[in-house]
Design a protein around this ligand. Structure first.
Ligand SMILES: Nc1ncnc2c1ncn2[C@@H]1O[C@H](COP(=O)(O)OP(=O)(O)OP(=O)(O)O)[C@@H](O)[C@H]1O
Length: 264
């Protein structure tokens, strides 16, 4: 479904600020895979997400979706196939627009020009139905400005907007990290339900070790621009946080240095 071959990225090459972000990354996601991504500070997790979504291009290597190379395409063209939810609840939605206007914008994403962002009555009933699935009452607030929503509500809306056109790939970039524990758990639950129901192929960066083990069918660990551990579903089932941190130390020779790590 998603294939990265020999992807490398270096920032500020040849200067004193040179930073290796990704080195020769090879990663293959099968349809329906839900992969959690953990790693140390500066390991390259965000760069990986940025290269897949088109925020930046790799220096070398290829990114393919269903066999088609996409790494030369701009971000807006990839948005037809890729949904993304960011850590910052403000990032995925337009605060001055209403809930239904935001949804109409997401609905038009990647579709042919001319369809417009307008909210027709048939779209409105579709949005109502979709919002109802979230189970947090947003369906009765279709005309409320998004800027008035709480962080958790906004993140739930971002998740819906990123997924309701059924993207080939869903990228979740620490999307629960800015929320309090109760809201984070709600968004995690919604994520699991949506990914399972829609059978979405998903890559999720998290600093929460317990979440990384519990969610999905595969876990990858990154350090200094490389994937240093790839854990399959079978092994992941019995994995503990202590074992995961132990593996990191054994392979990298260092303790996991992640200033935002959440153990459980
Ligand atoms: N735009 C940029 N310009 C220069 N260096 C960058 C840029 N973006 C990332 N880097 C560097 O590339 C490396 C990888 O960064 P990246 O943000 O991908 O790591 P990360 O795993 O997401 O880290 P964290 O968990 O701390 O957010 C780091 O050394 C970082 O400082």
């Amino acid at each position: 479904m998603l294939q990265l071959s020999n992807v490398s990225k270096l920032f500020n090459p040849g200067t004193a600020d040179e930073k290796i972000a990704l080195i020769d990354i090879n990663l293959n996601l099968n349809p329906g895979d839900f992969i959690t991504v953990i790693g140390s500070n500066g390991a390259g997790k965000s760069t990986l997400m940025n290269i897949i979504s088109g925020v930046m291009s790799p220096d070398t290597g290829e990114v393919k979706i269903e066999g088609n190379a996409i790494h030369q395409l701009p971000e807006y063209k990839r948005s037809r196939w890729i949904g993304r939810v960011f850590q910052d609840p403000m990032a995925g939605t337009a605060p001055r627009m209403t809930i239904e206007e935001n949804l109409a914008m997401a609905y038009a994403r990647g579709k042919q020009r001319g369809l417009g962002f307008g909210v027709t009555s048939s779209k409105r009933s579709f949005f109502h139905e979709q919002l109802q699935r979230l189970g947090i009452g947003l369906e009765s607030r279709l005309r409320a400005k998004v800027g008035l929503l709480s962080g958790g509500e906004r993140q739930a809306l971002s998740l819906l907007m990123a997924t309701f056109t059924r993207p080939q790939i869903l990228l979740l970039d620490e999307h629960t990290a800015a929320l309090d524990p109760a809201r984070a758990e709600l968004i995690t639950q919604l994520t699991e339900d949506i990914v399972r129901e829609m059978k979405l192929t998903t890559l999720m960066v998290t600093h929460n070790m317990e979440q990384a083990i519990r969610l999905g069918n595969r876990l990858i660990m990154m350090d200094k621009g490389r994937i240093i551990l790839d854990v399959n579903e079978q092994r992941k089932k019995d994995l503990t946080i202590e074992q995961l941190l132990g593996e990191f130390e054994k392979i990298s020779g260092n303790k996991l240095s992640d200033d935002r790590v959440v153990l459980g």
